[in-house]
Design a protein around this ligand. Structure first.
Ligand code: SAH
Length: 244
């Protein structure tokens, strides 16, 4: 279950933070590290701060976009110190997040995503997420060091995992009741976008309407079964459109 929980670091500037994040992960039983365009990796400083977690660094995957890092995930939680910037479901407390994460990680990969030291995550990157989480902290200075934010969320996930039997964890959730992967959800969004154009519902390209509707569906968090019903509905409408 813990092996389905992936830590994704986006464009980390200081390699020492990558090493310290690897150590934070290993202490909490996590091993899957994905780096999106790190500035410097592999690097001596990363190795030095990883201490006994060199194996986590050795197995880390480097990819060139956040999309590529999370495509197969059914839940993607973006960690952000800032107030919610997009209307995604938001966990105000990390322990609210960790129960869902453990539940989902039973059957499929789940990602926790951390932003750049200086500028965090972009809005486009947050759009790749299904949820956001904040670590409540001093309102006057609530921004943690990247690896310390990883430590806190990794601790919470490990804690929920240890207590899974007490938390009413459902081991036998049917596959159709699980959330779709980001890739499956992306196909739905493409289909919806295409139909909005072809049906004449959207009169101007890049209208905010499209984004608003996409956000509505993201917020609804459909299961695989519900998403496949929606796709069926779109396909049925599509047959009534004049041929392009
Ligand atoms: N100036 C940046 C802060 C980046 S800190 C910003 O405004 O977003 C680097 C990363 O650590 C953040 O992108 C986030 O993933 C994580 N982080 C730091 N403090 C956090 C907090 N209080 N809650 C959740 N994540 C936090």
């Amino acid at each position: 279950m813990l092996s389905n929980i992936r830590i994704v670091l986006v464009q980390t500037f200081h390699p020492g933070n990558i090493g310290a994040a690897a150590r934070a992960m290993k202490t909490m039983g996590l091993s899957e590290l994905v780096l999106v365009n790190p500035r410097a990796f592999p690097d001596e400083e990363a190795t030095r701060l990883a201490a006994g977690a060199q194996d986590v660094l050795d197995n880390a995957r480097v990819v060139s976009s956040l999309d590529a890092a999370v495509m197969d995930c059914v839940q993607v939680v973006g960690a952000s110190a800032r107030l919610r910037s997009l209307p995604l479901p938001h966990y105000d407390e990390p322990d609210d997040m960790s129960f869902d994460v453990i539940q989902n990680a039973h059957t499929a990969p789940v990602a926790l995503v951390f932003g750049r030291e200086r500028s965090g995550l972009t809005n486009d990157e947050i759009r790749c997420c299904t949820h956001q989480v904040s670590i409540p902290a001093n309102p006057e200075y609530g921004i943690l060091n990247l690896s310390q934010a990883v430590q806190i969320l990794a601790y919470e996930v490990h804690r929920a995992w240890r207590k899974r039997d007490m938390n009413g964890f459902e081991y036998q959730r049917p596959l159709e009741a699980t959330p779709p992967s980001r890739e499956q959800f992306g196909y739905f969004q493409e289909h919806l976008g295409r139909l909005m154009q072809q049906s004449g519902f959207l009169t101007q390209p890049h209208a905010r309407t499209e984004e608003q509707l996409q956000t509505l569906f993201a917020r609804a968090q459909p299961s695989r079964k519900e998403l496949s019903l929606l796709r069926g509905l779109l396909s049925a409408f599509e047959t009534h459109l004049p041929k392009q």
